[in-house]
Design a protein around this ligand. Structure first.
Ligand code: GUN
Ligand code: ZN
Length: 487
């Protein structure tokens, strides 16, 4: 199975995944098809934007009628869907009900027999916050089963990463699963975290897994189906999602939006223009679970397309900032993601279209970290002017020729030589004129970093600044190493 990455932004990517039943573009979401309860026919799923489906081989296996049909007709004919289908193994039932009546080897052989495009072994989804011994022994068993599955069959297979909320176990799991070698790497056991809006824990888990997983294979986030999290998860390098959320939420009368979940009965208006919301009344949707289900699918795929478009344009970070500001816990997730700026920096393309400063998380973007890291690359000598004053530098400074180098200031990056004025990210960055304290802090820290990098050389720094704009405690510190003048 081939996976070709065709575009990258931060840790996200657009990829082409070639399966036996056709090629799909990632990131994408696989709607969960419950084979014994098909509210929406699988064949209809393409209409919303689905390219691949996921269903549960355990549910089929357990049901005599379904099992016979799947064996006789094959999975694709049974579901009336010719495109790729991934099958889960019953692990989730194991997680929900504590027990399943099937062995790993049986369910793997069964998935092969019914012609799945991607099989999943019977991993153990360990819930969050269990004690370490439990997480460790579950992981050991999962790894044993993954090795067994790989031995039994050579059909394309997914190797789930487990380890509960222990990041060292997640790392170990990712490294070991990667070493066994699978076509897809799902991150499992995270549904309870998403249900509880624990997005910062989710970010830690994704980042820990990504650090140790092979980079050239798709990563699937098991059970992630709410459009609220797509941007953040794609930013961190997730390529595939699956969810029954569209149906589960509809059943409970929940109307999904890209920002939040609403109770449809509490809505007075329809804040959506999908084919359902534009051709039915709010009352119709309140009274018809199938319509609600369809709306949920439309918004889910719409958000995924927007994530892809942003990725293509190189402004995924900006989309994620807007999305994460719609819920405090999502914002926590984004704050946590900035902790991994150094990891992200190793993936993030060197040039993009724009850099829009949209709040303090923008000051922690990988581009800013990269810029700070490179401040020691300037070869300086003599008198260096860092100009952060009012107006244009030429108008304000007499004897401009008296300086060997002139730097201007732009938050959150800090000092930059005039020569970099047009290059990414400085040249493409837009920040509000009235800076927030974090933008100022990062920019002024970079002034100190530039000075520090040249401490051993014979360089004299002159820092000219607008006292209103750059009012900040770090000015005093800069004054200890440079001549500071308010202008
Ligand atoms: N569906 C949601 N979470 C999981 C998981 O951890 N493992 C498997 N196999 N399926 C899932
Ligand atoms: Zn709608």
């Amino acid at each position: 199975m081939e996976f070709e990455i065709i575009r990258k932004d931060v840790m996200g990517r657009i990829g082409k995944l070639k399966t036996t039943s056709g090629t799909i573009e990632t990131p994408t979401i696989l709607p969960v098809i419950n084979p014994s309860l098909m509210t929406i026919e699988p064949a209809e799923m393409a209409k919303y934007g689905a390219e691949m489906l996921i269903t549960n081989s355990y549910i089929i296996y357990r049901n005599d009628g379904l099992r016979k049909r799947a064996i006789d007709e094959g999975l694709h004919a049974m579901l009336n869907w010719n495109g790729p289908i991934m099958t889960d193994s019953g692990s989730y039932q194991l997680f929900e009900y504590g027990d399943v009546e099937v062995k790993n080897s049986e369910i793997i052989r069964f998935q092969e027999q019914i012609g799945t495009d991607i099989a999943v072994p019977l991993d153990l989804p360990t819930p969050p916050d269990v004690d370490f011994e439990r997480a460790e022994s579950d992981l050991k068993e999962t790894l044993k089963r993954l090795e067994e599955a790989r031995m039994i069959s050579d059909i394309p297979m997914a190797g789930p990463v487990q380890g509960s909320t222990f990041l060292d176990l997640r790392e170990e799991s990712a490294a070991k699963v990667g070493k066994i070698g699978f076509e897809i790497y799902p991150i499992g056991g995270v549904v309870p975290l998403m249900e509880a809006y624990r997005y910062s824990d989710l970010v830690d888990i994704i980042a820990s897994a990504k650090k140790f997983l092979p980079q050239n294979a798709p990563v699937h986030l098991f059970g992630a189906g709410h459009p609220m999290v797509f941007g953040l998860a794609v930013l961190l390098g997730c390529d595939m999602f699956d969810s029954a959320a569209y149906a589960i939420y509809a059943k409970k009368g929940r109307y999904l939006t890209r920002y939040k979940t609403c109770r449809v009965n509490e809505l007075q208006y329809l804040p959506c223009s999908c084919p359902i919301c534009s051709s039915y009344s709010l009352e119709d949707i309140k009274n018809n679970k199938t319509l609600l289900c369809e709306h949920n699918l439309y918004v889910t795929f719409e958000e995924m397309r927007l994530v892809k478009q942003s990725l293509k344009e190189g402004n995924l970070w900006e989309l994620v900032e807007r999305r994460c500001r719609s819920h405090p816990y999502l914002l926590s997730g984004l704050f946590r993601a900035t902790k991994y700026a150094r990891l992200m920096e190793t993936y993030d393309p060197a040039t993009k279209s724009t850099f829009f400063y949209l709040g303090e998380t923008s000051a922690r973007r990988p581009e800013v970290l990269r810029y700070s890291d490179r401040l020691n690359r300037f070869d300086l000598c003599g008198k260096v002017l860092i100009f952060a004053g009012k107006g244009k530098v030429k108008k304000c400074i007499d004897h401009i020729d008296g300086y060997d180098h002139i730097f201007l200031m732009k938050a959150p990056f800090g000092p930059y030589p005039i020569g970099l004025k047009e290059t990414y990210p400085i040249g493409q960055s837009e920040a509000p004129k009235d800076m927030d304290p974090v933008a100022k802090t990062v920019a002024l820290e970079n002034v100190l970093r530039l000075i520090e990098a040249n401490r051993d050389f014979d360089v004299e720094f002159i820092f000219v600044y607008d006292g209103d704009l750059w009012d900040h405690p770090l000015i005093e510190k800069i004054g200890r190493f440079a001549t500071t003048t308010e202008y």
